[in-house]
Every structure is written in structure tokens, then in C-alpha cells.
Design a protein. Sequence first.
Length: 555
Amino acid sequence: MISNGRTKRRSSYKKPAPDMQSDFSESQASYRAAKRSTRFQAKRSGIPSMGASADFHYGNDTDYLWMSEIARDIDRNDCVAGQILDRVVDNEVQGGFRLNCMTGDEKLDTDLEQRWTEEASDPVLSDVTGTRTFHDQERLVAREEKLVGDIFALPVGDEGVRGAVQLIENYRCRRPDNTKKNIINGIELSKLRQPIKYYFTNDTIEARQQTFTRNMSSVDANNGVDELTGMVFPNVWHVLRQKRPSQTRGITAFAPLFDIIGIHDDVQFSKLVQQQIASFFAIIRERDLGWQEPDSGDDTVEGLRSVDDSYGQTQEELTPGMELNGLAGEKIHLDNPNIPNPEWFQHVKLLLTFVGINLGAPLVMVLMDAGETNFSGYRGAIDQARLGFRCNQRNRINKFYRPYFNWRLRTWLDDDPDLLRRFLSNRRKVNLFRHEWGPPEWPYIEPTKDALADLIRESNTLTSPRRRAAERGTEYSTIVREAVEDRANGISLAIEAADAINTKHGLDGLESVTWQHLYQPPMPQGVTLQMNAVGDVEEPAQPTQLTQPTPNEGK
């Protein structure tokens, strides 16, 4: 081909046709997150390229226990972190969880609940050490679950006090030495990750003695199906914080906060030292060039005391209330900084917010001060925190409360022939193990408005009673049953007392005492009731008047 007097040769190279593999390689680059490092992304270590289970990230027992011990050190020495954890536990546990038996036999329900209340309040029957009630145990379980990630509870049975429970801290569950079994941090797992055995080190009584894995004992996860009840009762109750299906052990809630809590502690210490130095004051004197210092034979400057440091250098020791004499022709200015400055408060609140959200506590709960927001902001933050509290409560019900009571019932069947007879005689209609745990609830933040809003929503069919109760973390069927039972008991007692009064004093007719004189159940909002006395009354009895509640009622 001729062009402008020059000859151009055609190139024999041809670009290869695109194939599927090259197209896929180029498409990978479209996800910036798929790259190992970018301009704005820090290089992360410890990330498996081909994926791994949750247990991979804390590796061996040493790494896992190190995280737990750091968390305990923070709890011991940090002035804020441990107190935030206590506030969360106080909200979740409060006065304790309530047992509600639902066997199908009211008399049996009452007997079981009374027996549970008596034994749960007895430290000897509740704890193997004989020093903690059930309420003490549930508080420790809730705290350890967040502080170090998990805790174990063992029903002691015949090895100790019948019915007592032993709490085991997480550092005692470890992998034994010289074993090839599939054991992850002290828990032997099946191919489906089902716990088979738990391995615990012997407890060390001496305070300064470390725990070793030479002498260990194993506990089966369960003993199979019980012949009497047909149920499986676990031998170890493992309460843990679990965020992945493949996670065997719980991780401390402080794990993402180690650096932040350390920075907060350093900032607090630095500001205290800075404030202490700024609290010094001095009297400054200015001298003319012609002033002559008297010859006192002392080389030290007036008002200062010389001390030798470890390097042999002479330094002037500063003390509060000292007088500082300047040299001739020298001016010394004392700086009076604003300590702490306004930015420091905002920075500290930001750090405390990070600590609080990892434990599920908003800043108003962390500081126990709602001055940083208005009422609506305070209420919104507390409502969000309570969502997390309820999830934590349900987790412990499944992992601790329910197996605890089921096992306690099983021991009662062995020890109480009458209870065993009642269980065997009516097994088709009565389910001895049917029960539920009622977690503690929180009061209305603004009682009048909240209760009135619930009433208006329900009366206008904007919600159902069961859904309204679920919003408050309660069970509507339980509330109705308890309310009817309580009022029925009150009316029954009032009827018996009225009959006794009438018989004793010979009262009859209009002079007789009725149960309404002795017991008056509260009337629902918006209901007006008018009653006429029984007898020769000319005017007919007025019917019950129902009035629709309005938004202004109750304010």
C-alpha cells in the first residue's frame, strides 16, 4: 500500500480472541474489596485467602486465653469499662428471671414453683461452694458471657450436694496435651460440630499457682436419652457469645476495644498529670542588669533545690508554692493553659461511645447522665439498647435457664416418690417439663403517655393484644392467665370473708356484707360501673356504661 511516497507493511500479529478465563480475570478487578491492598485500604494480616471457620482466628489455646486475660485486666484496672459492663448486666438481669410452670395441672404448677423458689434462694442447694444463690449465679453467668466470651455450668449431682451446680470459668476448658482428637479449645466435636466431650483442668486453690494441662478431666456432653423421661439432659451448660455457626468458643465483647480502651486510659492519665503540673504556681521576680547577687557561698538559685538524677546531672526540683528567681536581664512568663480544653471532652465522649456500643449501652447509659440529649433522644437510645438486652436474655434462657430447671426437675423425680407418682400416673395430660422463663421487664419511660398510647392502639384495632405485649417483651397469654387467676383468688377470699362476717354478726338482707365491700378490682380505663343494692328498690338498675377513651384522658 502506497501512501505519501512511503510503503507501509501490514503487521502479521493478530490480537487473540477473548476467552472465558481472561474475561473472568478482568472482571475480578471490578470489586475493589477483592484486591489484597488498595490506596485507601490498610493491609490486613491473619486473613485466610481460601476462607476458614471462626475457630481459625483465635488459633490455639494461648491466643484465646490471652484475649480473655486482657479483658479481665481491663475490667480490673480501667475506670470505665467494668462499670459499663455492670450497667448492662443490671439491665438484663435486674431482680432475676421468673419461672412459670405450665404442666397442665394448676396445683402441680404451684407446688413446683414454690419448691423452686425455696431451693433457688438457698446457697447450699444452688451452688457447689454453698456461697451463691441462683440469683448470684445468673448474674455471674451474664457478666462472664460478655467479659470473656463464655462460661460453663456443671450439674454436680452425686459427686457433691444433690442438686447443686458448679460454675467453671473459661480458662479451665483447654485442649489436652498429646492428643490427635478433633478438640477445639477444650471441646471435642463431631463431624457435624456437635459437642462430644468437654475437657477441664483441675482447679487450683492456691492463688499464685498456674493452671496446667497435665492432669485434666473430661465430661460427656450428655448421657443420651433418659429412660424415665425420654429426654436428653446435657451434662455441661455452655453459655457463650456466638456470632458464627462454626464458632466453638465465645469471644470477649472487649476484643474490638483493646486499643480504644488503652488510648482512653492513656488520655485520662496524661490529662491528670497535665492538670497536676498546671496547678503549680510561682512568684516571678525580674532583676535589672546592675543587680549583684550576695555572696552566700551557695551555688543554688534562691527558691530552688538542686537534685542529682540518675545520670549525674543537676536538676532543679519544682514544688507547689515555690518562689522562682529569674536571672539578671531575664523575663520568665508563666503559661496558664485551659486544661482540659473543650476538644478533650468531645474526644473522650467519642471513645466512650465506641466502648458502649460494643456492649450494647448508649452514651446516656454509660455516663448515667441524660444531659447530652433531650427526652426524645434519651428514649430512642434506651429503646434501641433494650432490643439488644432482650436478645441476650433469650440466649441465656436457651443455654442456661431451661437446662438448669429441667435437670433440677429430674433430680426431684429421683428424690420425691410422690412427684414421681404424679408424673407417671397422668403423663398424657400433664407435661412436667413444660415451662417458660419470664425475663425481667423495664418500666415505661413515660408511663402515662405510653400506657395511653397502647390503649388507643388496641381499642382502635391498630394492633392486637398479643403483639402489643410482644413489643414490651411479655407474653399476652401469660398476662391474661395471671390476671384472671389473681382476681379470682381475690374474689374467692373476699366471698369467704364476707360469709364469715355475716355469720358471726347475724347480718342479712341490706345489712349483709358482700364481697364487693372487701375487694374492688381496678376498673379498665373508660369503663363506668353503677350498681344498685339488692332489695325492694323501685328504680331499675342502670346498665353498665362504656365510654370510648380519648387521647386527653389520663393526662
